[in-house]
Design a protein around this ligand. Structure first.
Ligand code: C2O
Ligand code: CU
Length: 579
């Protein structure tokens, strides 16, 4: 069982336990003895099974189980100790077991709420609030069911509840010491880039574009979705003028995966101000890295990218030989892009397909009809790629894979999620059952360049209630906090930095650090054994633990976020800064 499914199973069992105890309590209050016993038995069983799931999660990593061990386990134990013996004593009024069963229900519900609303890290505040809730709810039920607790008992309950509530609220409300990101911070680059050799102008504006014969309202660069493909040769100096015609919320250009100087990174409020209607901004940087990249707005990026403000950036080491095609996949108003394209290719021609995922979720790509190699991932060439047949690849949000093959005499087709998007002729192959390539074991290994690390950070990805804003929101969190309250990670120039990224939530988080490529060291405790993998976008699935490292060699203030842009917007963004 994977840790991801264990997390899901644990949640379901916790819900069962809470519902069983509460239902049992309600049934005994209604004097439905057999029903009460049945529900309580289910609850008891679920509570026991949960001891197993919690133990397994704790063994997979403390991050997955902290609040379950420290808060849920003691509350569940108290529930079993109080309700269990009462159940065995049969005779008498069934209502006499109502309050103990309800107590067990409240204890399990409170523990569940701690996991769902508070998550990681466990805190004394959350624990005390849970206790306060359980004591209060039990006392209220006790009175309501007319069980007449003695004055001393009521008073003790009141004191415990109030004390726990007051301390818990105090602890929970204490803000984590999060030094605010200095948003007006300016970085100067020592680099001079020289005279531009490639000039482009991108004008952002609302537009109507046609997708599969339907008119769709979009936000577009130069009236098209995707925007124009920007191409350059290594050594070029790119100058891109961004104009905003009428996107009221502003636009910027972020060069996804391109490690530009910080001032050119296009993050509004961090590296520049958003470009408002009528304004312009000129980006200039040297094309030193060859490979497949993309650009997109970073102003209200969740909406802006989804509506079409993106395009491809390809930097080639030399003029193209053979066929070189980019396939930027996107979903615009529910319709898949690009439109399918068929072009005959002469047998023997080298073909490079540059696959780009510009959506916020993973896509599955399958190339049928020819053996192929994965030549590069996220713009970095792989070492010793071997030939693959009938194998699919999963590309995370923001990620790129370059597939290369020699055109055979028979047709070849690329399928994205089962839909043919590029082909050299008709191909009818079912690719849905193909195995998926694991890039961590693909290609030829090299010894790791570093063995010691100057800085280590752990990012625990979760969900939780964020009460720091004007309105409470259910945020996507990192280490229990949501943007802008996540403390920045501070590094010094030259540091070798190691990140451990843990996903204890139930959804995939495609992780993306700006300005740097990270080297994958391990995933779920298994070291990467294939070609060195230098990534800028990688899927951290539920229950995953990724360990990656990079050299801090690009000073500035860099966004470090989930590239499911709705998640980034809902709190899952932090910053890496240089001291
Ligand atoms: Cu492609 Cu900060 O994003
Ligand atoms: Cu995410």
């Amino acid at each position: 069982m994977t840790v991801g499914s264990l997390l899901a199973a644990d949640l379901v069992i916790a819900v069962l336990a809470a519902a069983g105890w509460l239902g049992g309590g309600a049934a005994s209050a209604a004097r439905r003895r057999p029903l009460a016993r049945g529900l309580a038995a289910v609850a008891l069983l679920a509570t026991v099974v949960r001891a197993i799931t919690i133990t397994a999660l704790a063994r997979a990593g403390w991050w997955f189980a902290a609040e379950k061990v420290l808060i849920a386990a003691p509350l569940s134990l108290a529930a079993v100790l109080v309700a269990g013996p009462r159940l065995l004593r049969t005779p008498g009024d069934p209502r006499s077991v109502a309050v103990p069963l309800l107590f067990a229900g409240y204890a399990n519900s409170a523990a569940l709420l701690v996991t769902v609303l508070h998550g990681y890290p466990a805190s004394a505040g959350a624990g005390l609030l849970a206790v306060a809730g359980v004591v209060t709810a039990t006392a209220v039920s006790w009175r309501a069911l007319n069980a007449r607790p003695s004055r001393a008992v009521s008073r003790a309950a009141l004191v415990v509840a109030v004390a726990a509530l007051v301390t818990g609220t105090g602890l929970a409300a204490t803000p984590a010491a999060a030094p605010a990101v200095p948003h007006d911070h300016e970085y100067r680059e020592a680099r001079t880039v020289g005279e531009p050799t490639r000039r482009f102008t991108l004008t952002a504006g609302t537009a109507t574009v046609s997708v599969s014969g339907r008119d769709v309202a979009a936000w577009a660069f130069n009236g098209q979705v995707p925007g124009p493909e920007l191409t350059a040769t290594v050594g070029d100096v790119l100058e891109v003028t961004l104009r905003n015609r009428d996107i009221a919320r502003g636009v910027t250009l972020h060069w996804h995966g391109y490690d530009v100087p910080n001032s050119q990174d296009g993050v509004p409020g961090v590296t520049q101000a958003a470009v408002l209607p009528g304004q312009e901004f000129v980006y200039r940087f040297r094309a030193d890295q060859a490979g497949t990249y993309w650009y997109h707005t970073h102003a209200v990026s969740d909406v802006g990218v989804r509506k079409g403000l993106y395009g491809v950036l390809v930097v080639r080491p030399a003029p193209v030989t053979g066929v070189d095609v980019t396939v930027p996949v996107h979903t615009l108003s529910g319709l898949p892009l690009p439109a399918p394209r068929t072009e005959p290719v002469e047998a023997g021609t080298p073909v490079r397909l540059r696959l780009v995922n510009t959506d916020s979720t993973t896509h599955r790509y399958a190339l049928a009809g020819a053996p192929f190699q994965v030549a590069a991932i996220d713009g970095s060439d792989l070492q010793g790629p071997t030939s693959l047949v009938d194998t699919a690849v999963l590309i995370p949000a923001g990620g790129r894979y370059d597939l290369v093959f020699t055109a055979p005499a028979t047709p070849v087709a690329l399928f994205v999620d089962g839909r043919a998007v590029y082909s050299t002729g008709p191909v009818a192959t079912a690719t849905g059952a193909w195995p998926v390539l694991d890039p961590l074991t693909y290609g030829a290994a090299s010894p790791a360049p570093w063995s010691r690390f100057d800085r280590e950070f752990t990012l625990v990805l979760d969900r939780g209630l964020d009460l720091h804003g004007l309105l409470p929101r259910y945020a996507h969190t990192v280490n229990g906090a949501a943007d802008p309250d996540i403390p920045p990670q501070v590094v010094r120039p030259g540091d070798i930095v190691r990140f451990t990224i843990v996903n204890r939530s139930l959804v995939v988080h495609p992780w993306h650090l700006h300005g740097h490529h990270v080297l994958v060291l391990s995933r779920n405790g298994e070291p990467a054994t294939g070609s060195p993998l230098w990534l800028d976008s990688f899927d951290v699935r539920p229950g995953d633990v990724w360990v990656v490292a990079f050299r801090a060699d690009n000073p500035g203030m860099w966004a470090n976020h989930c590239h499911n842009l709705a998640h980034a917007d809902a709190g899952m963004t932090l910053h890496l800064m240089y001291s």
